[in-house]
Design a protein around this ligand. Structure first.
Ligand SMILES: Cc1cc2nc3c(=O)[nH]c(=O)nc-3n(C[C@H](O)[C@H](O)[C@H](O)COP(=O)(O)O)c2cc1C
Length: 385
């Protein structure tokens, strides 16, 4: 299958044969080719998957109020995160076990992210040693970390990541215990024994029980900062008070995340939580704010920037691209999002992510109120028949 090339600067994004046009095409086709057990693990959320759905639905409720006649011929999608320039405000979220999607796993993902000019966050639960991933990287890498019960092992991992050249630590804090992912359980999910796991055994539940420390507190963030000079980004914050505490504990960044709806089912959608987190962080002096969960269109990126994010991370669509087309699929997914984002900028009268962030709430239109039960019926709508 010939991959479609995208020119992110052109108004007509597709050159050549259009195959998979949007991220939903990738999702559909990956669902058809992945083994059901693997697909269930990747796609699923916790329990009834309400939060998983809400993450997506929240984007649909945010209506934009575009500006016109502002000369948008020259645009850039580039921005900076923690002082590093990336070509697009879309980063790759940490995701475990990528070799189940494609034999090259994380190595393909890091090559795709590199060609798209953005940061990839390597999961602690990668199926490729973090050093090999770093060797294949052409753009900055961040390392996702769980603080284990065994602080010595945690520290070792931190030191390995620093020695390999990772530029930030992303500390995941929404996982004191593992969410109950019922699709995973029903599908009998197990990491194949043939896969080299960097950390942990093949049963995720067993791994979580053994290693995750449910007694972590903000002091552990302070401890982590004391054992590394790398900036620490706290991932998994949705409460404004926690955003403030994260900044007070020295976080350089915060990822507004509910783990893609895989932890607390019933937790708020990340886009809905974003303004509160941005305000909470600002109260303590500020940090860079990123968001993940349900980003599937370039216009979603713009919505997140308007509501206070500096950049977003994208999860599952990367796995769909990886499963279908390896590194090219990862690159294409990122390019589609970037191309859509560039077009959304132009159509809103904006020329850069910075302008979108500055415009902020000025980009948001009124949300239509739901139909009211108290409204009088239309004249002649006949209530008696
Ligand atoms: C298959 C899968 C594995 C994940 N593994 C991790 C992980 O190891 N560490 C982590 O912090 N988050 C992990 N996440 C959560 C993602 O980093 C991210 O928060 C989420 O996927 C974003 O939502 P989206 O998939 O809707 O884009 C995982 C998510 C998925 C779907």
């Amino acid at each position: 299958m010939r991959p479609t090339r995208i020119d992110p600067t052109s108004s007509c994004a597709y050159v050549g044969e259009p195959m998979r046009i949007s991220l939903s095409d990738y999702e559909r086709d990956a669902t058809a080719v992945l083994e059901p057990m693997v697909h269930g693990y990747y796609a699923g959320g916790a329990e009834d998957e309400a939060t998983l759905r809400w993450n997506r639905e929240a984007f649909g409720r945010v209506r934009l109020l575009p500006r016109v006649l502002r000369g948008v011929g020259e645009r850039t999608t580039a921005t900076t995160v923690l002082g590093t320039t990336i070509r697009t405000p879309v980063m790759v979220a940490p995701m475990a076990f990528q070799r189940m999607a494609h034999p090259e796993g994380e190595l393909a993902t890091v090559r795709g992210a590199g060609r798209a000019g953005t940061v990839m966050v390597t999961s602690t639960l990668a199926t490729t040693p973090l050093e090999e991933i770093a060797e294949a990287a052409t753009e900055p890498l961040w390392f996702q970390l769980y603080v284990y019960r065994d602080r010595g092992a945690t520290r070792e991992l931190v030191e390995r990541a620093a020695a390999a050249g990772y530029q930030a630590l992303v500390l995941t804090v929404d996982t004191p215990v593992l969410g109950s992912r019922e699709r995973e359980a029903r599908g009998g999910f197990r990491v194949p024994d043939t896969l080299p796991l960097q950390e942990g055994p093949s049963s995720l539940a067993r791994y979580a029980h053994r290693h995750l420390d449910p007694d972590l507190t903000w002091d552990d963030v302070v401890w982590l900062r004391s054992v590394t000079s790398l900036p620490v980004v706290v991932k998994g914050v949705v409460h404004p008070d926690d955003a403030r505490l994260a900044v007070e504990a020295g976080a350089a960044g915060i990822v507004v995340s509910n783990h893609g709806g895989r932890q607390l089912d019933g937790a708020v959608a990340t886009l809905d939580a974003l303004p509160g987190v941005a305000a909470g962080a600002a109260m303590a002096g500020g940090a860079e704010i990123y968001l993940d969960g349900g980003v599937r269109r370039g216009v979603d990126v713009l919505r997140a920037l308007a509501l206070g994010a500096r950049a977003v991370l994208v999860g599952r669509p990367i796995l769909w691209g990886l499963a279908l087309e390896g590194d090219q699929g990862v690159e294409r997914v990122l390019e589609i999002l970037t191309s859509e984002f560039s077009r959304a900028l132009a159509l809103c009268g904006l020329r850069s992510p910075q302008e979108a962030m500055q415009e902020g709430a000025g980009l948001l239109g009124p949300t239509p109120s739901p139909p009211s039960a108290h409204r009088p019926p239309f004249p002649g709508a006949g209530g008696s028949s």
